[in-house]
Write a protein that binds this ligand. Structure first.
Ligand code: ATP
Ligand code: FE2
Length: 327
């Protein structure tokens, strides 16, 4: 079986083509970026409108396939930005109708988790899902993916992007902070906020902005200290979830999982407790459509499809809304 998946929850318009034998035939992405400032939803949607036909064409060409070779069309149905989700939904519905191909809407956050099963030997991991909009610690229990801990305000990536914007850098800011942090020498104390397995970044952002504006600290030291603080918070909460569930595998997902320091800290924590730490290639950490195609395949194998009249986007869908039928 060959599935063509479409991703459009935010900045990325992606088309992935994957087989049920775990082969990725194409994973093409076109990303909306800015020189200064964050995502403007209408502009990101406009970006997707401008590139969607080219990205679909390129993915089919790379896979050396025609639309008639595709057995299933999957798309990110939610959660995400309504403006951009609609473009992916429209493209998916159109391909499904044009090619008379079954359609399946999938949950983007669960796709970040299930791609781990495609790329690694992980069987039942705790997922540290650290992206722009989401920061959640997720694990499977009793028929659903449960959220053991999450951010009480914004996602960690948006937090990094906002601080980068404050320093005059464009979107995405995470990789720029990552580079500056590597040159940092001195740790500057910042608030540290973990509540049970939940985290919060708003107060830290305010404090870091004040320190930046004071002109007393270098950007390098601030970025270094920011990363050390917020990543330690994530690792602490993740370790608590692993101890609580008794699970012995950790999987990293989401764009912030590309960060080498976060990866290093997770590996140390896992080693100390005798657990396995699974880290994916960056192309599967960031928003991508191969993961959407893969989740489409495993859900479809249990008989799930999405009727056209139920294929509306769901910007606020939660991970624990989904009944897991495929495990
Ligand atoms: P979701 O819809 O799952 O919340 P998203 O739309 O935020 O995802 P992703 O591609 O998963 O998209 O993540 C993008 C985020 O990852 C941005 O905030 C970006 O700054 C951050 N990021 C990317 N690379 C790095 C890095 N090396 N270090 C830290 N953050 C990074
Ligand atoms: Fe994502």
């Amino acid at each position: 079986m060959i599935c063509l998946g479409i991703e459009s929850t935010a900045h990325t318009f992606g088309v992935g083509i994957v087989t049920d034998k775990k082969k990725v035939l194409a994973n093409v992405r076109d990303v909306y970026t800015t020189e200064t400032g964050g995502i403007v939803p209408a502009q990101a949607a406009e970006h997707h409108v401008e590139c969607f036909d080219r990205v679909i064409r390129q993915a089919l060409d790379e896979a050396k396939l025609k639309l008639s070779d595709i057995d299933l069309i999957s798309f990110s149905q939610g959660p995400g930005i309504g403006h951009t989700l609609k473009i992916g939904g429209l493209a998916a519905r159109s391909l499904s109708v044009l090619g008379n191909i079954p359609l399946i809407g999938v949950n983007h956050c669960i796709a970040h988790l299930e791609i781990g099963g495609m790329c690694t030997k992980a069987k039942d991991p705790v997922l540290l899902y650290a992206s722009g909009a989401n920061t959640q610690i997720i694990a499977y229990d009793g028929g659903k993916y449960r959220i053991f801990g999450e951010t009480l305000d914004g996602g960690i990536g948006n937090f990094l992007d906002t601080f980068a914007r404050e320093m005059g850098l464009g979107f995405p800011g995470g990789p720029k902070i990552d580079a500056l942090a590597k040159k940092g020498k001195e740790y500057i104390e910042l608030p540290y906020v973990v509540k049970g397995m939940d985290t919060s970044f708003g107060g830290i952002l305010t404090n870091a902005k004040q320190k930046l504006q004071s002109g007393k600290y270098s950007q390098e030291d601030l970025c270094y200290s920011l990363q050390e603080t917020v990543f330690a918070m994530l690792v602490e909460a993740t370790e608590r979830a692993m101890a609580h569930t008794g699970k012995t595998e950790l999987l990293l997902g989401g764009g912030v999982a590309c960060n080498s320091r976060l990866q290093e800290m997770c590996k140390i924590m896992c080693k100390e407790r005798g657990a396995e730490c699974y880290i994916l290639e960056n192309q599967f950490n960031v928003d991508n459509a191969a993961m959407i195609a893969w989740l489409g395949i495993i859900m479809h194998k249990t008989g799930v499809t999405t009727a056209l009249e139920e294929s509306d986007v769901r910007p606020y869908e939660r991970t624990d809304d989904i009944e897991v039928t495929w495990k």
